[in-house]
Design a protein around this ligand. Sequence first.
Ligand code: G
Ligand code: MN
Length: 380
Amino acid sequence: MANLGAKGTILIVEDDEELAQTYQRMFQRMGLASEWLATSEDACARLASGPSPALVLTDLGLGDGNGREVLETARVHHPVVQVIVATGTARVEEVVELVELGAYRLLTKPIDLEKLRETVSLALQGAPPPSITALRTAANARDAVLRHQLDAALDQVFCLFQPIVDVRQRKVFAYEALLRTRHPSYRSPLPLLADAARLDRGRELSRRIRASIAQTATTLPAGALLFVNLLADDLGDPQLLSADDPLHPFAGRIVLELTEQTRLNDRVDVKAAIGRLRELGYRVAIDDLGAGYSSLALLVELAPDFVKLDMSLVRGVDGDEVRQQIVGAMLQVCARKRSLAVLEGVETASESDALQNLGARWMQGYLFAKPSPPFVDPFV
Ligand code: G
Ligand code: MN
């Protein structure tokens, strides 16, 4: 038989000390080193930062948590390390989930040591998992982890709202809804958007966002508009283009923000889709103009109701002649196209003054308010 001991340490995760010792004695007789951890918290920390073990043997019902977390953590940090799960009783759904997450084999308690020894040798020799469904690759298992995480994150999607102000009248003109999730794995919305796109659930995410915004829109202060960012393939979503969308009852007060990405990722006819949205009562804005992913072509083709000039043009505009010239020229184009221009990311009074001198009237940025729960008015 191959020298299994050369492969490293077996990680035992088991809250029953007596059973853990039984395992350790068995591994010793097999010539294998082992390491015992009694809680899923310790095991996850060890897996996240320690060297790759040869194999993981984990209990499913651990005192402080679930062996599934151990499996998930192993999959993320050591995709090729096999994990054997010892279960007391497991529901069918749990078993399916564990296999989907890439468990090598599930063994039921009380553990038959002979069967465990055989399973461990096979796993260490690189034999394929005994169950057919478990023949999925480590990559699939990682996607399964991601799917679970994304499911949870989608359930916890919400929006913060940042005011867009009219600096001349010193009042709130509109709010932009900005995506957030309460899920701890996604502190920023960008990885959430990326994962949703990768797992082909971008449309579902968008629909959840719109449903969440619609709930809040009922309390939108009188006279204020609501700016909503569209994601990559939203223009291809028939629900958005129909009166069935949860946003539709508020269409007359909603401005949909588009970037060049919204267009590039789509095989839909953008002009036709925008035409349809306008028929439904929505207005449209071009977002992040000047940022590199929003092009002047959109401005020319769509004659948007609003143009949002990217914060890269705003940052330091007070001390930068080139930025002043670009912003000044853009404001003129917008005025001629009858698009209202919003300056994004205004952080200092000096930036705001410089922009006002150039003729800017609508602004958004930390100077006025950060994205906050609905609906903060910085002027009261
Ligand atoms: O791409 P879009 O313009 O929709 O993104 C707006 C983003 O900019 C939000 O994530 C928001 O939190 C952020 N933001 C809003 N105001 C400011 C600001 O004044 N400064 C900076 N650095 N970021 C801002
Ligand atoms: Mn935006």
